[in-house]
Design a binder for this molecule. Structure first.
Ligand code: SF4
Length: 391
């Protein structure tokens, strides 16, 4: 059993405007007053980390509490953390440091929306110790950005990247999307080439998914969402696979690409199924045996930030499944010896039937003591994962 939390996630549930495809826990209807109360609540939760962790481990049935690793990664996500003014972000960072949650992190990332940063703010974020910034760029075509309901233009996204470099960020990610309304293979190629010119260390390239509860979902139901044809979207996917390696990016997870050494260390914590702590409304912590999720309701969280969490104990079967599911997302796959040590799980024996076809069809490969998806398998990730879920 792991003794350390390897990552720390801080959630900001606010955005300037809700994107039409977004089902993340983020809201556009709260003003500065609520945001300040939220920061106070968040700081209260952080200052009580030891007490909260004691309850978490005791209720999970673990015998020993976990401690936060000295080099635990820090990740400010959202929502849009950079919607907060620098004084609010500074306050949170100071509380993290004062409570030994932020010690000597392997990396400290902040997500940013291009419409919410300027050079001064970016410089201050660097001074606070953030060494990695992740921009939601999505597209570099204005008509596509508009169709997604993004607040920024292509020029503003490129400007934000330029300013981040100027402010001293060497570790920059851009999120991109394919399968957008109005997008063609040619327009996607233009976006890809323009972002590749930026020579960033990391790119996340996702296919648009229309999630239930979003405006896009309603439009789809009304037959009013003109998405690109499936074969065109597939061509965009294939272009990504062709072009990114040419520019020195390794695909190290289904949708994530990095220059050597530029992988997101924080996300690797999730894919390696290691314990992490999370703070803020809707934030979900994991200690290896249970998950603890704070209320999604911002007002409820502000009123009682220490009392809204719901605990879910994870049976051994669920842990094994999640371990496989998460591990297979990453190109490094699963260490079969580690599976044996952690869960007494003999993957090859337990999933003999499922594996036979996948190995024969070359969706999966087992070599050097690891089991991983092949390039072909990554295309059909979800269908493959389903076969490993028995419960
Ligand atoms: S900026 Fe990100 S979190 Fe906010 S609404 Fe858009 S996609 Fe969702």
């Amino acid at each position: 059993m792991e003794k350390f939390y390897k990552g720390v996630y801080i959630h900001t549930p606010f955005c300037l405007q809700k994107c039409l495809y977004c089902d993340f826990p983020s809201y556009a209807n709260y003003g500065a007053e609520v945001q300040h109360s939220y920061i106070d609540a968040l700081c209260k939760e952080l200052a009580n980390v030891n007490k909260l962790e004691q309850t978490f481990f005791a209720e999970s049935g673990l015998t020993n509490p976990l401690t936060i690793a000295e080099n635990a990664t820090i990740y400010f996500g959202g929502g849009t953390p950079t919607i907060l003014d620098i004084a609010a972000i500074t306050k949170v960072v100071e509380v993290l440091k004062a409570n030994n949650i932020w010690q000597n992190p392997a990396e400290a990332t902040i997500e940013a929306n291009p419409g919410t940063v300027d050079l001064d703010k970016l410089k201050k974020l660097r001074e606070l110790g953030f060494d990695r910034i992740s921009f939601g760029v999505q597209s570099l075509q204005d008509n596509e950005l508009k169709a997604l309901g993004r607040i920024h233009t292509a020029a503003e996204a490129l400007e934000a990247i330029k300013l981040a470099k100027q402010a001293g960020f060497e570790r920059i990610n851009a999120d991109l999307m394919y399968g957008i309304i109005g997008q063609t293979k040619e327009s996607f190629a233009k976006t890809l080439k323009a972002i590749l010119e930026e020579n960033l260390e990391h790119l996340s390239v996702y296919g648009l998914i229309v999630e239930e509860g979003t405006p896009f979902y309603d439009m789809l139901e009304r037959d009013a969402l003109a998405l690109p044809e499936e074969n065109e979207t597939l061509e965009m996917y294939e272009l990504t696979q062709r072009l990114l390696p040419e520019y020195g990016y390794n695909r190290y997870e289904i949708s994530n690409y990095a220059k050597p050494g530029g992988e997101s260390r924080h996300n690797l914590v999730y894919w390696r199924y290691l314990p992490y702590l999370a703070f803020g409304a809707g934030a979900c912590s994991f200690n290896g045996a249970a998950r603890k999720t704070n209320s999604l309701d911002v007002t409820e969280y502000i009123t009682s930030p220490l009392e809204t969490a719901i605990l879910e104990k994870l049976s051994l079967d669920i842990q094994k499944e999640e371990y496989i599911f998460m591990g297979l997302r990453a190109a490094e796959g699963i260490d079969l010896l580690d599976a044996k040590k952690r869960y007494n799980l003999d993957v090859e024996k337990e999933y003999k039937e499922e594996l036979e076809d996948f190995l024969k069809e070359e969706y999966l490969v087992i070599k050097h003591g690891r089991m991983a998806l092949t390039e072909k398998g990554m295309r059909f990730g979800n269908q493959i994962f389903e076969k490993f879920i028995k419960i």
